[in-house]
Design a protein around this ligand. Structure first.
Ligand code: FES
Length: 103
């Protein structure tokens, strides 16, 4: 069972921004939508682009390569060309710390 790992502090990721981190051997993207922070796999399921190079569009994260979109709350596909969702990771805030758990 994995433990939560600190990846950043909340001030590192302003509202509307996203950043990539490596936790163990896993690349993740953490985004701040203004209503909270979310952690997802930093690899598009369509052609493996790092989605941390993309943008947020409301509750979606947009892949920079071909424009697939994924719901930041679940990792589910919300727009083509991807057809498979991406992993979503547990995230919690303790004080100013952002902690993520990768199983
Ligand atoms: S690599 Fe992301 S949409 Fe193609």
């Amino acid at each position: 069972m994995a433990d939560f790992v600190k990846v950043a502090v909340t001030s590192d990721i302003p509202t509307g921004q996203l950043r990539s981190f490596r936790v163990g051997h896993t690349d993740i993207v953490v985004c701040n939508t203004g209503d909270g922070f979310h952690a997802l796999a930093d690899e598009c399921s369509h052609d493996s682009a790092p989605i941390s190079d993309g943008d947020l569009d409301g509750n979606d994260i947009v892949c920079p390569r071909h424009g697939a979109t994924f719901d930041i709350h679940s990792g589910a596909v919300t727009g083509p060309p991807a057809v498979i969702g991406i992993d979503k990771y547990e995230l919690k805030i303790e004080g100013e710390d952002i902690l993520v758990k990768i199983d």
